[in-house]
Write a protein that binds this ligand. Structure first.
Ligand code: AMP
Length: 222
């Protein structure tokens, strides 16, 4: 099964993706995580992406599509499908993804749209902490780790993303409204869009999702 998680920054796409991954055998592909890894390793691509990412702008389509195409074609045969998180973000990327999935003959099953409101987004992102080692996501108030600054899962160090400050969050929201909202219509026209309330807790959304997948007979292979 292939699923896209759509929605503004802070809607909880990454948190939900981690929970779905624990309940199914789907691979989680987050372009944001991949880009941050490339930046950490100071690869050519990481260096090219750094300014865009840190200022809250979109990295050019060509770069991110190449990253995704490579991972999908190299893992496509082994995995039980993909959860795309933060990709696509433009209609160009959405069209590219349709082509990539046609290439591996595993079409998209759902585009899940997580709607969320600005006050909730700012509160979530400004308190967000991420594990440097495994990428697990925490919140200093809503979802704190057992030991401050340390990941419960792997003992890795927690850090605050450079783009999780109020000014860059507002910029990312503008970019989202301008570029990403139109792709919601793209998937609505194809009958693939399902709406989720992104203001709800991730565990509640996971329950809703599992019921949806089960009712549609999509969990048979997991
Ligand atoms: P995220 O972790 O999904 O919030 O992404 C963090 C940043 O990485 C974004 O603000 C963009 O600068 C960049 N990025 C992630 N995914 C994409 C994408 N699909 N297209 C362009 N830029 C992206």
């Amino acid at each position: 099964m292939n699923v896209i998680l759509l929605g503004p920054p802070g809607a909880g796409k990454g948190t939900l993706a981690h929970l779905v991954k624990q309940s199914t055998s789907m691979a989680h592909l987050s372009t944001g995580d991949i880009l941050r890894e490339e930046m950490k390793n100071e690869t050519d691509l990481g260096k090219e992406a750094k300014n865009f990412v840190e200022s809250g702008q979109l990295v050019p389509d060509e770069l991110v599509t190449k990253l995704i195409a490579h991972r999908v074609t190299s893992n496509g045969q082994d995995s039980d499908g993909f959860m795309f998180d933060g990709f696509p973000r433009t209609t160009g990327q959405a069209e590219d993804l349709t082509g990539i999935l046609e290439g591996i003959k595993k079409p998209l099953d759902y585009a899940l749209y997580m709607e969320s409101t600005l006050p909730v987004i700012i509160q979530r992102l400004s308190g967000r902490r991420v594990c440097r080692k495994c990428g697990h996501v925490y919140h200093i108030k809503n979802r704190p780790p057992k030991k401050e600054g340390i990941c419960d899962q792997c003992d890795g160090e927690l850090y605050q993303r450079a783009d999780d400050n109020e000014e860059t969050i507002r910029k990312r929201m503008d970019v989202y409204l301008q570029n990403t909202k139109p792709i919601i219509e793209y998937y609505e026209r194809q009958g693939m869009l399902r709406k989720l309330d992104g203001d709800k807790e991730a565990e509640d959304l996971l329950n809703e999702l599992m019921k949806l997948f089960d009712a549609d007979g999509k969990l048979n292979n997991h």
